[in-house]
Design a protein. Structure first.
Length: 267
């Protein structure tokens, strides 16, 4: 179903409703929910002028949606116990706003190319993990990781931990951190967001920067093997200097039969 050109594409003031497989495009606002226990999933929300998805109520879910090029992508306002997961959220003027909402869960979201990815205000408890994002925080405290535990993370790796912290200039924490030896999908060092918020298990970005330490170690190991080979080879080699007319030249040999003993004695 396509809903286009309305002040509100979908407007819900009630509980236990389900919105699925809807395209909301080119409205003033995409979806506005005021109530509890509602589910919004499997939908496309794009090119809406103000809010893509705005939730005012407890225990609501936004899942598996494609939310792009809106004003705000998603707002959770006084939305305790709500969940936002498995969404693609990109190229919005603003990313995810969570305000006065405790015990929310934000996970498995691909959040990129927004002015900010996640803005937290006035909350005491939240669980935020396995997202790609940039964050602004005002008076909020959250838990930023789980595990590490087996599972598919936002980068496609086999371990779920915290979030991936990347930046276009390649200097994000996940891009620069050395990976843990025991769990290479996770950074060796935590990511400190501010004094109250730390991602204890940030994901290591599987690009050249995060693998730099491993490649350097491999290069040094190969160089060491080559040096040892050269030393041992030269110990076995016979250096033979021969005179051919007016020219004096040197022969390096790993074998023992380059010349006869009589030839060697005459050199």
């Amino acid at each position: 179903m396509l809903l286009r050109g309305y002040t509100f594409g979908v407007q819900i003031f009630g509980s236990l409703n389900r919105v699925a497989q809807v395209v909301l495009e080119g409205n003033m606002n995409g979806i506005i929910v005021g109530g509890a226990g509602n589910i919004i999933k499997d939908s496309v929300v794009k090119n809406n002028r103000n809010d893509g998805v705005a939730i005012y109520g407890r225990n609501n879910v936004v899942a598996n949606c494609y939310i792009i090029t809106n004003g705000y992508s998603v707002k959770l306002l006084e939305a305790d116990l709500s969940e936002l997961h498995d969404n693609y959220i990109a190229r919005n003027e603003r990313g995810i706003l969570v305000d006065r909402s405790d015990d929310v869960r934000v996970y498995n979201n691909r959040v990129e190319d927004n002015v900010y990815g996640l803005f937290l205000l006035n909350l005491n408890r939240a669980l935020i993990y396995n997202n790609s994002e940039n964050v602004k925080i005002g008076g909020a405290k959250a838990v930023w990781s789980v595990g590490p535990a087996p599972g598919t993370n936002i980068l496609g790796g086999g371990v779920v931990g915290g979030n991936v912290w990347i930046s276009p200039d390649g200097r994000g924490h996940s891009q620069r951190c050395p990976p843990r030896r025991d769990v290479p999908e996770i950074c060796e060092t935590p990511y400190v967001i501010d004094g109250n918020n730390v991602d204890k298990a940030p994901l290591a970005y599987p690009g050249p920067a995060s693998k730099g330490g491993a490649w350097l170690l491999l290069g040094l190991s190969l160089a060491a093997v080559l040096i040892v080979f050269i030393i041992l080879s030269r110990r076995r080699a016979e250096v033979l200097r021969r005179r051919d007319g007016k020219n004096l030249y040197t022969v390096w040999s790993l074998g023992r039969n380059v010349c006869s003993s009589e030839e060697a004695a005459s050199i």
